[in-house]
Ligand binder design. Structure first.
Ligand SMILES: Nc1ncnc2c1ncn2[C@@H]1O[C@H](COP(=O)(O)OP(=O)(O)OP(=O)(O)O)[C@@H](O)[C@H]1O
Length: 437
């Protein structure tokens, strides 16, 4: 229903993804990146991620009217499916038991790594205590998300599709495609463990990330707070994850829905990018082809204006969304703040104006301390955001470059903070000794 047809599907039949060498994940420096070994899946003649995207995008729904008919900043995420009631969940579970069990299998069930988990419905029911609402951690376009504990103690997030969000015809062919998706592995990407089709049930199992979403932290929900250094770390983590998708998988992958509610945080406030709901193989750089969708997908406020105009999708659409995310990180504001006065409603526009007027500091999240060191880093981040948010995609920087720039901003920020701290403590020591005299 929300599936996008890519005109380049036939042009991009390559289906394999590189398995991620561990040394590669969360590499401290992009300059140390080297191309990992390629292990290609045999050419299946079709693009598996397109199928995955069709399935999941049918699930993680955010469809927008064509740009001619809708103002981009007024887009609303349309969720066509109501949440199932507890009663209907129970009846689905019962009927599901009579259905067929399918999942992702590895030859060895002992070897539990991403993508090779072999799940049964009983296992899922046990892990979630029959989808007990006490284990519910969230609700999205796809359905309900539960926290679960597998027999071997591994914590997982279990996404249970709402009835009807999937395209039944895609069910059978979906498994092998999901296996491919599961091979995408990076420390800053939420690991995809497996998928289970069981009667009417469609269940995705992934790494459980325990500390909520970036948006919740920026909103200060449940006392969650993020200082400037943590925000900078998060920006770097996200840049690493997206660079990996763009550059180090067998074929570039465009995330398509980078936003603060798709960034999950660990206890140590490291970021993991979630939701490949809209993921799609990127342009074939050799042929210069780009993807042309029949529908624009993504989230209001994060959408590349050029993609909105042309329906052409490239990695630079992710760069644009990342620019919005950078602005969100330093201002704390949502991309669209509809209750504010007109000139402040579109946060990136407002923040960029402040920056170009030489008044970046007044765009800083009021919860952050406006020190000289923070102000310097803020200006550099907004300068990078400006490059990401360029209206024309040719003028935008790359995700790799974003990572490099942020890395150097963090280096300077840390060094300056240490110097600041030292001079502060020596000043206070001096004033203490003056008092003693
Ligand atoms: N892997 C995970 N670990 C921990 N919590 C998760 C995980 N995935 C999702 N959640 C929680 O479940 C909520 C819903 O997630 P989900 O991805 O289904 O929807 P969404 O991204 O919020 O919305 P949409 O599907 O419309 O994009 C998230 O906001 C988060 O709180």
């Amino acid at each position: 229903m929300t599936s996008s047809i890519s005109s380049s599907r036939s042009r991009n039949p390559s289906s394999g993804l590189r398995s991620t060498p561990d040394r590669f994940a969360n590499s401290p420096s992009f300059s140390s990146y080297s191309a990992p070994l390629v292990s290609r899946k045999p050419d299946s003649g079709r693009n598996p991620l397109t199928v995955v995207a069709r399935f999941i995008s049918g699930a993680f729904i955010a469809c927008f009217a064509p740009p001619e008919t809708a103002e981009w900043n007024n887009f609303k995420v349309s969720n066509e499916f109501g949440a199932p009631s507890v009663a209907s969940e129970t009846s689905r579970t019962t009927s599901g038991r009579q259905g067929r069990n399918r999942g992702i299998y590895s030859n060895s069930t002992k070897e539990r790594g991403p993508g090779n988990m072999n799940f049964t419905m009983d296992e899922i029911l046990k892990a979630t205590m029959n989808f007990n609402t006490a284990f519910k951690v969230g609700q999205g376009g796809f359905g309900t998300v539960y926290k679960g504990k597998l027999d071997d103690g591994i914590l997982v997030a279990i996404k249970r599709a709402k009835m009807g969000v999937y395209d039944k015809h895609l069910g059978v062919e979906f498994q092998s495609e999901v296996t491919t998706l599961a091979q995408v592995e990076h420390l800053n990407l939420v690991k995809f463990y497996g998928y289970l089709e069981h009667g009417d049930e469609r269940i995705l199992v992934m790494e459980y990330v325990p500390n909520g979403t970036l948006r919740e932290h920026l909103d200060g929900v449940n006392g969650k707070e993020l200082d400037f250094a943590a925000r900078l770390d998060i920006a770097i983590d996200v840049a690493h994850a997206i660079t990996y998708l763009h550059m180090y998988t067998d074929h570039p992958i465009i995330h398509r829905d980078i936003k603060s509610s798709n960034i999950l945080l660990t206890e140590r406030l490291r970021a993991k990018v979630a939701d490949f709901g809209f993921a799609r193989l990127a342009a074939d750089t050799d042929s210069g082809a780009t993807h042309v969708s029949t529908q624009v997908k993504g989230t209001a406020g994060y959408l590349d204006p050029e993609y909105l105009k042309t329906y052409h999708l490239t990695e630079k659409s992710d760069v644009y969304s990342f620019g919005v995310l950078l602005v969100e990180l330093v201002t704390g504001r949502r991309p669209i703040e509809s209750k504010r006065e007109l000139k402040e409603r579109i946060t990136p526009r407002w923040a960029m104006k402040k920056f170009t007027d030489g008044d970046a500091i007044s765009a800083l999240d009021p919860r952050l301390e406006p020190t000289a060191v923070t102000n310097l880093a803020l200006e550099k981040i907004l300068e990078l955001a400006l490059q990401c948010l360029a209206p024309r995609r040719q003028s935008r920087t790359s995700m790799r470059r974003c990572g490099e720039v942020l890395w150097s901003i963090r280096k300077d920020y840390r060094e300056q903070s240490v110097l600041d701290f030292r001079s502060l403590s020596s000043t206070s020591q001096r004033s203490a000794s003056v008092k003693e005299q």
